[in-house]
Design a protein around this ligand. Sequence first.
Ligand code: ZN
Length: 409
Amino acid sequence: MMNTTDVLRRTGMLLGLGLAAIGCAEGVSDSDESAAELSLEVDEVDEVVANMLAAGYPESEIEITEDDQVIVGGDAVVTLEASREIAGVGADPSMGFRQYRTNNVVNVGLICINGAAFNGAMSDGLDIAISRFNQQGLDFDIIRTGGWNPACDAMIQANVIDGTGGSAGFPSGGLPYGTINVGDDTINFGMGALVHLILHEIGHCIGFRHTDYYNRSISCNTGGNEGSGAVGANHIHNTPTTAVMHGSIMNSCYPPSSPGEWTSSDITALQELYGGSFCDQYDGQTIALRTAHNRYVRAGDSGEAWGLNQQNFVGPWERFTVVCDSAQVSLLTAHNRWVRAGDSHVQLDQQSFSGPWEQLTPIPQKDGSWAFSTDHNYSFLRAGNDGEGWRVNQQTFVGAWEKFTVVPQ
Ligand SMILES: [Zn+2]
């Protein structure tokens, strides 16, 4: 990711073919910087390129840096091992990047990021980005270290580079890619942009491709298709099939005005790949949701226009049937309706069918409770008590009122 005004420093050539001119009209384009310590032998470079071509990446999206690293999509380094997995060479063909839809890309419990090189605002940005991952209650935790720590299952080295771009790589062997490079001028756009860039590069390390990989101009105003091929890029269940500007932290380019927060579809993608086990525990079951006020979410039918509020006991109207579609959840009410989170932050209600607004993404909380992300960016279910009655509406962050304890019925 890089700002358009930056000069592309990437040089080199791909098997005698021209380089892709990857730039960006707004915000970030992809980086040309490369991690120094992972250079490949010449014949290994050839194999990586051959593997990526076999996997369906177009030649225009495969680049070789001066220090013999192979980069796809502008900012993602592909190691020899990763290229073999992507191409299905010498590995179970169901692995590689098919893991987008099936197995976890990264299979570790604790990822350590060595942030010793990050100082000042860069350090703050790294801390915020790490907290945004951990707030999702994923299968792995990320901690920051100043070096190797025996508790770490995997290590990512965070490097500071010049400019407003970044780079990282794809995982292999169940381990995240081991390096992120983050431009030190990104902070000039604001902390949101810096956090966005760090989230993005860590996102590559755990297996995310660009959300708009099929048309980089969606976020960059220029560029084409990075290529998907036979096994290159698998759609993540329940996420949109079309990318939009500002729609994802994993878009190819970032807007300088980015708030540096996950979007609702990013949260769905994270939960689909690495989320907790809400559906394993509750799919098909009847539950009640206890609020921070020791009340229960109620789906009424009492002249309240199918509203939702809170009741101090559990009766039929406080019971919901959980219906899972992969990691997304719909809640069926006693009236055969579905809990709906509309596109305003007002009261939730009930709908007679289940569409995107009726699908919630459960996010496990450290205390065992659950938050529920709605279809609307930055919104979560809230059970309030703010002088407006016992409302159930939506909030832009997860605090005490956005946490619900699941009570099986
Ligand atoms: Zn990228």
